[in-house]
Write a protein that binds this ligand. Structure first.
Ligand code: HXC
Length: 268
């Protein structure tokens, strides 16, 4: 796969790089290598902006977020928070911004290598799929600086790895290797260092080539399973299933099956 196609997005970001490596895939690279991609406010603001604009672009079907080989991200920017008071933190609405991540409708794939810590780990877990390099290391080391995770590290992580392991990670800074992340279902695949990003982009391209509304509703239904009882979740899934019968893509998909041809998706 050629990852060197020209960058078509306006280049007005400082902390991220936005690219379109292949058709229908948006790629966002966290780009503060000197600070191991620490998530300062500016970076988070740019990230949310870029995600929202890809989410609104009809030509994009899936989005990959990555860092670099050494670090996906070492977490929230500690220097930015070090002197903050409670009132500062409340007024800044630092984690408020993260809620907007949940509203992105297109699939988000985190391509993770190296340090994936604190808020960085929470960002990866907030994505829908994690593709890890063999060197990826996941952890929530906030306890070392006197706090706890603030954007899902005690919630989403616990749902992924279970209570006992989550306790070790949050209370005692246990780090997970890529192999462990795969075993516990945090990541769905591991690739060699020179391959993980290409694999993530290729996975994104495959998903982006599928029925867009189906992909969007599948993502929504799966994510609801973390928030609802089984009965409510089943009912939610059922409604989304029925809703898809109002789409042209459902007609096209089923007709194409019957006619033994490939469907042409229109996202309508
Ligand atoms: C600000 C950071 C940073 C961070 C690293 N740097 N992590 N700056 N915030 N989270 C900076 C270092 O200060 C240093 O800058 C440069 O990046 C390289 O880091 P080193 O420590 O020199 O690298 P190394 O020795 O390889 O150690 C890597 C590391 C360590 C193990 C990842 O940097 C580390 O422990 N970082 C902190 C990890 C952490 O505690 N994360 C949780 C943050 S709280 P200089 O200028 O000295 O070269 C959090 C809360 C989330 O995430 C709440 C919800 C959003």
């Amino acid at each position: 796969m050629d990852l060197h196609t020209p960058d078509l997005a306006p280049i007005n970001f400082q902390d991220i790089i936005v690219e379109r490596p292949v058709e229908r895939v948006g790629l966002i690279r966290l780009n503060r290598p000197q600070a191991l991609n620490a998530l300062r406010s500016q970076l988070m603001e740019e990230l949310i902006n870029a995600l929202q604009s890809f989410d609104h672009e009809a030509t994009i079907g899936a989005i990959v977020i990555t860092g670099n080989d050494k670090a996906f991200s070492a977490g929230a920017d500690i220097t930015e928070m070090a002197n903050a008071t409670l009132t500062d933190m409340l007024n800044r609405g630092m984690i408020e911004r993260w809620r907007q991540l949940r509203n992105i409708r297109k699939p988000l794939i985190a391509a993770v290598s190296g340090h994936c810590l604190g808020g960085g780990c929470e960002l990866a877990i907030a994505c829908d799929i994690i593709v890890a390099s063999e060197t990826a290391k996941f952890g929530q080391p906030e306890i070392n600086i006197g706090v706890i995770p603030g954007a899902g590290g005690t919630q989403r992580l616990t749902k992924a790895v279970g209570k006992s392991l989550a306790m070790e990670i949050v209370l005692n800074d246990r780090r997970l290797t890529a192999e462990e992340a795969l075993r516990y279902g945090l990541a769905s695949r591991i690739a060699p260092l020179d391959q993980y990003l290409t694999d993530a982009i290729s996975l994104a391209a495959q998903i982006a080539a599928r029925a867009p509304l189906g992909v969007q509703m599948g993502k929504e239904a799966i994510n609801k399973s973390f928030e609802m009882s089984l009965a409510d979740g089943m009912s939610y899934e059922e409604k989304l299933f029925y809703i898809l019968f109002a789409s042209e893509d459902q007609k096209e998909g089923m007709r194409a099956f019957v006619e033994k041809r490939k469907p042409v998706w229109r996202g309508q």
